[in-house]
Design a binder for this molecule. Structure first.
Ligand code: NAP
Length: 458
């Protein structure tokens, strides 16, 4: 895939970038190794100060960066501003709490015959981050902020369609005062990831993206015995029980499926509605999905912009066509509009069966599948029958139902009466084919640290 900025609203190629030549890549890896050797010994309060400075700079750049995000991947300007604000919050969160997460944890020395014993968290070196385009700043930031706070060095291989966002991040950290080469962007194709990951100067990797990319990186990391964190796909269940406020639940259902133009791993994608609430839910949901404004992502009245790539839109169309061919019914949407740009309307389908591809896979666009169920147990059986297990959502006022949901749902995150969202303050991640490991909070920071046990005798 060429490294280029192509505006999804017009299809116009705005800028192209050369991939790093072999000697340039070698130079960057050598610089990363040199930076890692000294950066790991820097004072944690200095690191926190650089993170604060990055937050202030990014906040001041909000509008400029939001325009850049819109031009590279097509989300609405409002949503791009929110993404920048979340990155600022993440940087400030790790500046404030990172030093606490890095404190030694004392153990019971006496029971192991020591004067003292403790665990001390130490950086591991250069970490490669292979990142997707859908939240081009936030996905990279939730790796970068904890990694830099931890004393690790970052190497970012971003998706090939967001090179400007990738280069901006390198510049941001440099200008914020981080030592030279502590965070570098590698403009390389996915075919070069193996070489970088096998390089002995690279200690570990984190990948956010599709299942095939995750499988490839995990098997290389396994072969090299290097730590890897995987944040892969999702087809999150959104379960609606009769006790809930359907006005609120449908407002959030619409947001859940169309946020980021329907291209988020944690979008609610499969809606399981109890039969007693089904007619009312479907009527409201379809009306609200159909009322969304699809159009120019820079227009403040737009709710849903274009999909990020032409091939991405084709994939969405193919999923819908496959379902319709096999008997599904489209209640709203389902037809691409004429004209330039990779637009696709909010779409609701019923009558989805296991013969259809979307039943088992992930549709990365604003397409909702609605299923009517007769009990929470049936909803959970269906939800858990999917190969993915990223986020999950329950709408219910019933305590027993909430408890059953939390205990039984097979997902890394369970949200009740609220939309699944990532926050710097709480861990994020999945189970099953959605990947393993955690990002954010203290867990995300400790993933790429050596929890070193220290035993001190008399
Ligand atoms: P993708 O094709 O897997 O690309 C993601 C990144 O991996 C890009 O940098 C890509 O580089 C690289 N890549 C692709 N194939 C690779 C391979 N074989 N070896 C090494 N690197 C490879 O995914 P996408 O289509 O951009 O993103 C959508 C997917 O990401 C969805 O499945 C979504 O659910 C998932 N996602 C998950 C999370 C989460 O936190 N769980 C968050 C966001 C998105 P190139 O661009 O150069 O191909």
């Amino acid at each position: 895939m060429a490294i280029a900025t192509t505006n999804p609203a017009t299809g116009e190629v705005v800028a192209t970038f050369d991939e790093l030549a072999a000697e340039e890549l070698e130079d960057k890896l050598a610089r990363a190794a040199a930076a890692a050797a000294s950066y790991r010994l820097t004072d944690v309060e200095d690191r926190a100060g650089w993170l604060r400075s990055a937050a202030d700079r990014l906040e001041a750049d909000t509008d400029k960066v939001a325009v850049m995000i819109v031009a590279e991947m097509g989300k609405t300007y409002r949503s791009a501003q929110d993404e920048v604000a979340k990155c600022v919050r993440g940087l400030r969160f790790y500046a404030e709490h990172g030093p606490g997460f890095l404190r030694d944890v004392n153990g019971d020395g006496e029971s192991v015959g020591a004067r003292s014993t403790f665990v001390t968290y130490q950086p591991i070196g250069a970490v490669l981050a292979v990142m997707p385009w859908n939240l081009p700043l936030w996905q990279a930031m939730r790796f970068a902020a904890p990694a830099l706070m931890a004393g690790n060095v970052g190497l970012l291989k971003h998706a090939s369609n967001v090179p400007r966002c990738a280069l901006y991040l390198e510049e941001l950290f440099r200008e914020a005062g981080f030592p030279e080469d502590v965070f570098q962007t590698l403009l390389i194709s996915s075919g070069k990831v193996e070489q970088v990951l096998r390089d002995p100067r690279v200690a570990a990797a984190t990948l956010t993206g599709s299942e095939p990319a995750g499988r490839s990186v995990a098997s290389i990391a396994g072969d090299e015995i290097k730590k890897v964190v995987l944040e892969l796909g999702g087809s999150d269940p959104f379960i609606v029980m009769p006790s809930t406020d359907l006005e609120r639940a449908t407002d959030v259902a619409v947001k859940a499926r169309t946020l980021n133009n329907g291209q988020s791993c944690i979008n609610g994608k499969r809606f399981f509605v109890h039969a007693d609430a089904a007619d009312a839910f479907i009527e409201k949901f379809v009306a609200k999905m159909g009322a969304l404004v699809v159009g120019d992502p820079m227009d403040e009245n737009t709710d849903v912009g274009p999909l990020a790539t032409e091939s991405g839109r084709q994939d969405v169309e193919d999923y819908v066509q496959d379902a319709v061919d096999k008997g599904a019914t489209v209640l709203v949407g389902g037809e691409r509009p004429d004209g330039p740009g990779w637009y696709y309307p909010p779409t609701v389908l019923v009558g989805i069966t296991p013969e259809m591809r979307m039943y088992h896979e992930e549709v990365f666009g604003p397409v909702a599948q609605v299923f009517v169920v007769s009990s929470l147990e049936e909803a959970l059986r269906e939800a858990n029958g999917h190969p993915y297990g990223l986020g999950s959502n329950l709408w219910s006022e019933d305590e027993a139902e909430r408890e059953l949901f939390v205990r039984d749902v097979q997902s890394g995150m369970a949200f009740i009466n609220g939309n699944t969202t990532s926050y710097p303050e709480i861990p994020f991640g999945g189970v099953k084919r959605s990947g393993y490991g955690r990002e954010l909070a203290d867990l995300g920071m400790h993933e790429f640290m050596n929890a070193k046990t220290v035993w001190v005798g008399e």
